[in-house]
Design a protein around this ligand. Structure first.
Ligand SMILES: *[C@@H]1O[C@H](CO)[C@@H](O)[C@H](O)[C@H]1NC(C)=O
Length: 290
């Protein structure tokens, strides 16, 4: 019952194995090449000290909080020389966020400050106190010896890894487009000969800086040299948080356009849909953190 196919099989077997091994070696080579590309790419500026990126993320307790923080941390782990300043809107640090940050593998600073009750109304600015607490922390704990860049990374956005290398060498204030914001597909600074000359925005272009919180980064030294620069509640109209802050530290003529002269979208104001918890009928016998 010995079919001739058996014979063929045993003759071919060594050859099949050789082919498999060759493919495997080739894949490993590709991985090595890719790794080498990234290392040489990122190590170019490392001859100077790589400035630290300080991303300030205000956050508050809600059903999607951990999911949002997870999306952010998975991006941030890919960024070299990165420091995450997470500021909770709460009277104390929550266990969920503390545990989350402890396991994130990121260099973190965990702060908290509650938003006064009178400001917790629709139409009021959000996260003003939290962003200011992070700026205060930087002014207390960093000095002219620390090269760095400050970026306001709200937890409802999606960030491309590329964005962080665009902002890293910000001299004063750098700007770029933001996707899915202002009632349009994107907003962006208009650039001519490497200078910002206007704004493409769907909404109130007459603001001094019609730009989203995710559309700019500030050199840490600028934050330190302007100790009074803060996000304001008093006298700040809706949608003017960014303008009111940037007005204190820079002028439009000084802005540094990034992301290919502001023609590439590398950050999106995605906003997670409000979740429906209406079908939670009974209490599970165990407690699971979501
Ligand atoms: C941006 O514009 C300037 C001035 O027109 C030009 O020299 C530069 O190459 C442009 N940069 C990119 C990345 O397109």
């Amino acid at each position: 019952m010995k079919s001739p196919l058996y014979g063929y099989f045993f003759i071919l077997l060594p050859w099949i194995l050789i082919v498999i091994i060759m493919i495997d070696i080739d894949t490993k080579r590709t991985v090595q090449r890719t790794t080498h590309f990234y290392l040489s790419h990122f190590s170019k500026p490392q001859r100077r000290v790589l400035p630290t990126i300080y991303a300030i993320t205000p956050t508050y307790k809600r059903a999607v909080q951990k999911a949002e923080l997870t999306r952010l941390s998975n991006t941030f782990r890919l960024i070299p020389q990165f420091h995450w300043i997470v500021v909770e809107d709460s009277n104390a640090r929550t266990e969920l966020v503390s545990r989350f940050l402890a396991h994130s593998g990121l260099q973190c600073t965990h702060l908290h400050v509650p938003t006064p009750r009178r400001y917790k109304r629709p139409g009021m600015h959000r996260a003003t106190e939290q962003r200011n607490a992070a700026l205060d922390w930087l002014r207390m704990h960093r000095s002219s010896k620390n090269p760095g860049v400050v970026f306001f990374a709200d937890d409802d956005n999606t960030y491309s890894v590329e964005l962080f290398e665009e902002m890293r060498w910000t001299r004063k204030v750098s700007v770029w487009p933001v996707g899915l914001v202002g009632g349009g597909r994107y907003e962006r600074p208009l650039v001519d000969k490497g200078r910002v000359v206007g704004w493409y925005t769907g909404w109130n272009a007459n603001r001094p800086f019609p730009i989203d919180m995710a559309g700019f980064a500030v050199n840490l030294q600028v934050v330190l040299e302007n100790p009074k620069a803060m996000f304001k509640r008093q006298g700040s109209k809706p949608g003017m948080q960014e303008s009111d802050f940037l007005k204190q530290i820079t002028k439009v003529e000084e802005l540094e356009p990034r992301a290919a002269n502001c023609t590439k979208v590398l950050v999106w104001h995605t906003r997670t849909e409000k979740v429906n918890l209406g079908n939670e009928r009974w209490r599970d016998s165990i407690h699971i953190e979501v």
